[in-house]
Structures are given as structure tokens and as C-alpha cells.
Design a protein around this ligand. Structure first.
Ligand SMILES: [Cu+2]
Length: 290
């Protein structure tokens, strides 16, 4: 990302949190994403831990990107490669935790998001407690799953020897494990707890990386079935009771979906048909590394 691209992403995040961009209930577009995440998690939706983790968060990221493009039509959501130290400006990468981009790595995040509040007890502002050194994703993956190659590939090839219908489950287990470590073992602070994590703007750079790795797995040559809504989720997709076959909440309208629209451009009087994780708009992997 160039400096200009980082500036534009930061500015769009800031604008989404301004009073100019609010839902009918007065909540800003930015804060609504956090409300959606916390509400779905708290209501027992399969947001974390189950097979809908990946598609649910893809929908959330896709919706955020739509918001970003209302402000800056050429902007895309970017990602953080979680094998790299986000503080380090090395190898052509920029330091991310600066007052010009994502705020501080230690304590209250401050500029440029000094008004991004937290509802976490004991913290009125978003805060971080990033662990020393680069993330140890490769170590985490190899210790837990006994595989040690380049981290992205360690994740995308996990389960590759299994029958196709079991491969999503294997991928999901490794990817969730790496994701959990990044939240609560590496970035830490506000982002540790699912009830507060989406107050920190950095969470979207973390989650677009999760989504990028899922997309990378889907796009692996010779595995076209991973792009097929009826096959991508394997045995989960074949189980009518699985969360991947349930309407994605809260966007589907209930039980917590009293506030519409969840997305700008939706007509509150004529909400779109509820989606499941098998909706083509969710199964189709976004383009990363264009
Ligand atoms: Cu997460």
C-alpha cells in the first residue's frame, strides 16, 4: 500500500464514524459494524467457533467495503499480513501502528482515532497491548497441527490429504486457531474480547487477512469445487442443521434484526431476501493482491 492509499483508508474509516453517516437509529456506519458483531456474538449466532465463522465475517467485511466505497468509490479494504510485525517499517512495508494510520501499539490508540470509543469495562478508549516481536503464527500452527511450512500455505494446505468433503473443516480449524492467537495472544487489548473487538479499526485489517487466506484456499488450482456453494463447506453444507445453512443474522432480520437497514442502499420497507453462507455473494472469493 502506498502512503496515499493508507491515508485514504484511514480517512474513510474516520468519515464512517462521523455524524454525517448514520443509520436511522442514529448509530454511525462505523459503530454499527461493531454493534452487528457484538450483537450476533451475544445472541449466540455462529460467529465464532463454528463453521459459519468464515462466511459470517466475509459478509461483514464485504459490507464494510461497500461503505468505504460510498465515501471513496475507488477504495478497497486492505489487509495486514499477520506473519509480519505491524510496527516494523522494513522490506518495503510501512509501520502500521502510527499516529498517521492505525494509532498506537501500546495503550490507548490515540491519533488518528482518538474518538473511537470502547464499551469495555475499564476502558473508554480503544487500546492495544501488542506483544513484542513479530507474530508467531507459524509456531502456533506448527505446534497445534504438526505442520511447518510458510504460514499461509500451512493453513491453506491443511487437510489437503483428506477427502474433499472434510477439507473445509480442517482449514477452518487451523485458520480459526491462528486468528484466535492474533486477537488474544498478539494484538491484545480491546481486540482480545469478541464483545469489544470490533471497536478497534485494526480488526478489519486482521479479518480481511483471514478472508484472504480462505480465498487463497478456495482459489487453489485444481480445486474448483471450493467455489461451488454446494460443495465448499463439505459435510457442513450437507447437514441441514448446520449453521452454514441457516440465515445469516442479524442481517436476515431476526431475532435481533429490529433495526434496518443493516446495509446502506437497502430499502427498509423491502429488505433483500435473507442470505445463508451458501449465497453466491459470500462463496465468491473477493480479489486480493490485485
Ligand atoms: Cu477476529
Amino acid at each position: 500500500m502506498s502512503q496515499e492509499e493508507r491515508d485514504r483508508l484511514r480517512d474513510a474509516f474516520l468519515q464512517l464514524d462521523s455524524m454525517k453517516y448514520t443509520y436511522p437509529d442514529g448509530v454511525t456506519f462505523w459503530d454499527k459494524q461493531e454493534e452487528v458483531h457484538k450483537g450476533a456474538h451475544a445472541a449466540g449466532q455462529d460467529v465464532h467457533g463454528g463453521p459459519a465463522f468464515l462466511p459470517w465475517h466475509r459478509e461483514l467485511c464485504n459490507r464494510l467495503e461497500k461503505h468505504l466505497r460510498q465515501i471513496d468509490p475507488d477504495l478497497s479494504l486492505h489487509y495486514w499480513n499477520w506473519t509480519t510485525d505491524p510496527r516494523a517499517a522494513v522490506d518495503g512495508r510501512a509501520a502500521l501502528f502510527t499516529t498517521a494510520f492505525m494509532g498506537s501499539a501500546a495503550g490507548d490508540i490515540g491519533d488518528p482515532f482518538p474518538d473511537f470509543e470502547s464499551t469495555e469495562p475499564g476502558h473508554v478508549l480503544v487500546w492495544r497491548n501488542v506483544a513484542p516481536g513479530p507474530p508467531l503464527v507459524a509456531d502456533v500452527v506448527s505446534v497445534l497441527f504438526g505442520i511447518a511450512v510458510a504460514p499461509d500455505d500451512a493453513i491453506t494446505t491443511s487437510g489437503g490429504a483428506l477427502p474433499p468433503e472434510s477439507q473445509y473443516q480442517a482449514l477452518d480449524a487451523v485458520l480459526q486457531s491462528a486468528h484466535n492467537y492474533i486477537h488474544s495472544g498478539y494484538i491484545r487489548g480491546t481486540i482480545t474480547n469478541p464483545h469489544f473487538s470490533f471497536h478497534d479499526p485494526f480488526v478489519f485489517l486482521l479479518h480481511s487477512n483471514v478472508d484472504r487466506i480462505w480465498a487463497r484456499w478456495q482459489n487453489a488450482p485444481g480445486h474448483d469445487w471450493r467455489l461451488d456453494p454446494d460443495q465448499v463447506y463439505g459435510t457442513f453444507g450437507q447437514d441441514p442443521a448446520s449453521s452454514v445453512n441457516a440465515e445469516l443474522q442479524p442481517w436476515a432480520g431476526g431475532p435481533d434484526g429490529g433495526v434496518r437497514p443493516w446495509s446502506t442502499g437497502e430499502d427498509p420497507a423491502d429488505p433483500p431476501a435473507p442470505k445463508t453462507a451458501r449465497d453466491p455473494s459470500i462463496v465468491a472469493p473477493p480479489v486480493y493482491d490485485a
